[in-house]
Unconditional design. Structure first.
Length: 184
């Protein structure tokens, strides 16, 4: 039974600059840069037949490539922080891509994602980091900003249940090109 999610890969140069933000936060388990990704939609554990349906329906997405960048670090979890993340600028093409994928998955009978889509890359998962330690870390490093990069495809990833995430496997990829340039 595969565990699937749809996401964007992070270019090596951007992953390297994000990796420079690692360290200096007690209780943080830092994600390996090769596992950085931006999740568009977590699907979860499903059977092989539904996985094939999902792979097929995602091929209907016809959108153009777009530019993306990260602007700032923050944390998720409020008073009990559970993750440090790099926030992606929520540009219209990204938000529209995610919304279309959500609609397609609901057509297949998947429940709507209960959380509002907040585009980000998780840099660290937090165990025993206090809100004060996280605030201090974000004060020192929270002004991070990446260069822009082109998003020219999205991917269907699979993963195994593991501590800290990864390794992730690309099960299918979907180019973001104008409709007349799409593969047959």
């Amino acid at each position: 039974m595969p565990r699937l999610f749809i996401g964007l890969e992070i270019p090596a140069s951007v992953a390297q600059s994000l990796a420079m933000m690692r360290g200096g936060l007690p209780g943080a388990r830092w994600i390996d840069p090769e596992n950085y990704h931006l999740t568009l939609r977590f699907i979860g554990d499903i059977d092989a037949a539904l996985a094939r349906e999902i792979a097929a329906i995602l091929d209907r997405v016809q959108r153009g490539a777009f530019e993306l960048r990260f602007d700032g670090l923050s944390s998720f979890g409020g008073r009990k922080p559970r993750a440090v993340v790099a926030a992606a600028v929520p540009v219209a093409p990204l938000m529209e891509l995610q919304a279309e994928q959500e609609r397609l998955l609901q057509r297949l009978g998947l429940e709507p994602d209960g959380r509002k889509f907040t585009p980000h890359v998780t840099l660290a998962r937090l165990r025993d980091s206090s809100s004060r330690q996280v605030a201090d870390y974000l004060t020192a490093r929270g002004h991070y900003r990446s260069g822009s990069f082109q998003v020219s495809r999205f991917v269907l990833f699979s993963s195994r249940t593991s501590v800290g995430g990864g390794p992730y496997v690309v099960e299918a990829d979907y180019p973001l090109t104008e409709p007349e340039l799409r593969r047959a």
